[in-house]
Write a protein that binds this ligand. Structure first.
Ligand code: AMP
Length: 416
């Protein structure tokens, strides 16, 4: 199936094309026609299934079809966390680029003034966490009477986090005639009870999580600025009490620099790369195996053939230029039926490498933010112009020693 069969506007199809989205994911195939038809929807879908576009695309379509250009909050998306609010906001901006839709995000724990300023400039879609939304509504700073569609994202987490009272107070301020889209990864009695109070004859949609049973390696992707990667890694190792973690970087220089950084943060580390003597490599590996050092930092080539039993944690400090290397890297954990965790730290400039990994594995991965290490999106917007992306691809081709088509020659061996 292609997006063009879903009845979306040509301008939206053009955006999807520019994003490289070719096929709608199962949740998109099922939800988009229902949302377009104006039905309430109750969908069981986890993050990573493409659920944001499943509700955003038809709502953008409705925006384009609307005759009035007057700004009013027509779509309200509620999310349990500010990280998710920021992600959904970014997704709306990404999917509606150049289409005249204005999306605003509002969440607590941050100054209300810039959020108000953005709201006052005109807002079609408001993405918000419940507490801040109520604050804005109770103070009379926003009018929720114009809302046509309410999206409740991650309803199960909302309930887990105790937002039920806030949600009920918000519902009272919304028009009864609204459309409601209800998304939840899991369904228990509480989630069903909440859905019953919110939905009218909903269409039920359920999609299977992708490849979940097939693998015991949990894969997580953190979006983080390059300059904050070492700090985030040290935080994760410390806060999660990881005792033995294998970390991959792309270059020998990066291995050395990161090893020093981790030592500074009090995390004993050893380095393995092509410029190290065999003796130094063996020593590093032995210390890592016996637990004398907690972190082993390595390049892909140096790490090949390392046999470390029952490794629980692998970190991609940088995504590899070859997507195949990603598979090799994460294959170092979850061995012999053990559960493993593979964490990737992805800067904005590496997102195209993540796309390669997604293409190779056939999976969609959701980028998450770690509180306190959120990326600076303003700086990203400045550096993400298409011309720069092209030059990044050239850079990768150069790094791989390729000329001409980088794709055609992918996989060429190189020494690092
Ligand atoms: P979500 O489940 O909404 O968090 O989306 C997970 C990831 O899948 C995001 O990085 C999206 O940009 C990406 N994505 C969503 N829909 C598609 C699609 N049809 N084709 C390719 N990537 C997609």
């Amino acid at each position: 199936m292609r997006f063009s069969t879903l009845g979306l506007h040509a301008d939206i199809l053009a955006v999807l094309d520019s994003l490289g989205y070719q096929t709608p994911t199962p949740i998109q195939q099922a939800a988009i026609p229902e949302v377009l038809a104006g039905h309430d929807v109750m969908a069981g879908a986890q993050t990573g299934t493409g659920k944001t576009a499943a509700f955003a695309l038809p709502l953008i379509e409705r925006h384009l079809m609307r005759e009035t250009t007057e700004k009013a909050i027509r779509v309200l998306v509620l999310t349990p966390t500010r990280e998710l609010a920021q992600q959904v906001h970014q997704s709306f901006k990404k999917y509606s680029q150049g289409l005249g839709l204005s999306a605003v995000v509002a969440y607590g724990g941050a100054s209300i003034n810039p959020q108000l300023e953005a709201l006052n400039q005109g807002c079609d879609v408001l993405v918000a966490t419940p507490g801040r939304l109520l604050e804005l509504a109770i103070k009379g700073l926003i009018d929720l009477g114009t809302v046509e569609t309410l999206v409740l994202d991650e309803a199960d987490r909302m309930l887990d986090m105790g937002f039920i009272v806030d949600i009920n107070r918000i519902l009272k301020r919304l028009p009864d005639t609204r459309q409601t889209l209800f998304f939840s990864a899991t369904f228990n009695d509480d989630v069903f009870a909440l859905s019953k109070t919110m939905l009218k004859q909903p269409k039920l949609i359920e999609v299977a999580p992708r490849n979940q049973a097939a693998t015991k390696v949990e894969q997580r992707f953190f979006e983080v600025d390059n300059s904050r990667k070492a700090a985030l890694l040290a935080y994760l190792i410390g806060a999660k009490n990881w005792q033995q973690v294998l970390i991959f970087t792309r270059t020998k220089q990066a291995v050395d620099a990161l090893t020093k950084e981790l030592e500074k943060d009090g995390i004993s580390s050893a380095a393995i790369h092509g410029d190290k003597s065999q003796g130094a490599r063996d020593r590093g590996l032995a210390e890592f195996k016996t637990g004398k050092v907690r972190a082993l930092v390595a390049t892909d080539v140096a790490a090949r053939g390392l046999d470390i039993q029952q490794l629980q944690y692998v970190v991609n400090f940088e995504l590899p230029y070859n997507a195949e290397d990603y598979i090799h890297r994460i294959g170092r954990t979850g061995r012999a039926g053990q559960a493993g965790l593979a964490v990737s730290l992805v800067s904005s400039k590496e997102k195209y490498l993540l796309k390669d990994v997604e293409k190779l594995t056939g999976e969609h991965f959701n980028l998450q933010w770690q509180e306190g290490f959120e990326p600076n999106l303003l700086a990203q917007e400045e550096t993400n112009s298409p011309s720069r992306n092209t030059s990044k691809k050239n850079l990768r081709a150069k790094a791989l020693g390729q000329t001409g088509s980088a794709k055609a020659k992918r996989g060429k061996p190189r020494r690092r």
